[in-house]
Design a protein around this ligand. Sequence first.
Ligand code: FMN
Length: 332
Amino acid sequence: MKTAITELFNIRHPIIQGGMHYVGFPELASAVSNAGGLGIITGLTQRTPELLAKEIAKCRDMTDKPFGVNLTFLPAFTAPPYPEYIAAIREGGVKAVETAGRSPEQYMPALKAAGIKVIHKCTSVRHSLKAEQIGCDAVSVDGFECGGHPGEDDIPNMILLPRAADELKIPFVASGGMADARSLVAVLAMGAQGMNMGTRFMATKEAPIHDNVKKALVAASELDTRLIMRAIRNTERVLKNPAVDHLLEIEREKGAKLKIDDIHDQVAGVYPKVMIDGQMDAGAWSCGMVAGLIHDIPTVKELIDRIMSEAEQLIRSRLTGFLDGDLAKQVA
Ligand SMILES: Cc1cc2nc3c(=O)[nH]c(=O)nc-3n(C[C@H](O)[C@H](O)[C@H](O)COP(=O)(O)O)c2cc1C
């Protein structure tokens, strides 16, 4: 399958692995790239630009295919040294960066000067248009279903993707709720040129996270995520657990007066405890509604090959079956 996204990033399949804190290490990113997608190392999981440079070198040893780095621009009192992180990306020869959080505008000249393709992840049409205007090469349109930060507009992909298709000139991938061939074919129909997956890639053999996390994703249904931090406009979709229940109680008590300090224990320093130590109730961690579509823990290659072969089957048989009026072909 060739799309504007496979051509832009020089990859075989139009499938991207979104940056994930304490998940997007070279083991996963290289597995995705080796399987023909675009694997992404999560930049800020590395505490310093020097450590990121080492991760990039490690990933380069694990794949000769293109891979990218995620740079998340967070609202922080002391911003991470982004220019130094960008230098590490440039010097590591990485040609794709997934930006997220705030607009990457101020860093675009440095990224473009290094010949880096920028795909900005955003949760609204207006932010997508802004990304196009500041020179991003593509957008990852992240619907309300997504794991992580869905923004504050709450527009699901069934509406957001066709809206993006109507407005954007640059190519985009669909992000949030993507799990299988049905996701891919559906979003191609809605105007996307590929898809970005987060949660689904966590439940793979190569994801370098504790087995407890993978098992929790297989056990979870689409009803098991919760939205936290709405009152401070930093909404995050997480998997429900006792710590999240407690956090939501605090949020109900504090109402509009909620401060980040009130929920510090449930959100700070949680990722290493969950992803490395497997302490599932250590606090709140991102997870998409797509957990309801995850029933196994395949290798990344098995997952991607399955998606691509079933997508071909869907397009050639089921979809043409509608045009041909052949009800037997229309079976999913
Ligand atoms: C555990 C986890 C951690 C994440 N961390 C980040 C991050 O650090 N930066 C970022 O831009 N997106 C992050 N995301 C969002 C993903 O890149 C992706 O956009 C999202 O998972 C897509 O929705 P899905 O989970 O339904 O596939 C994270 C998602 C998960 C599940």
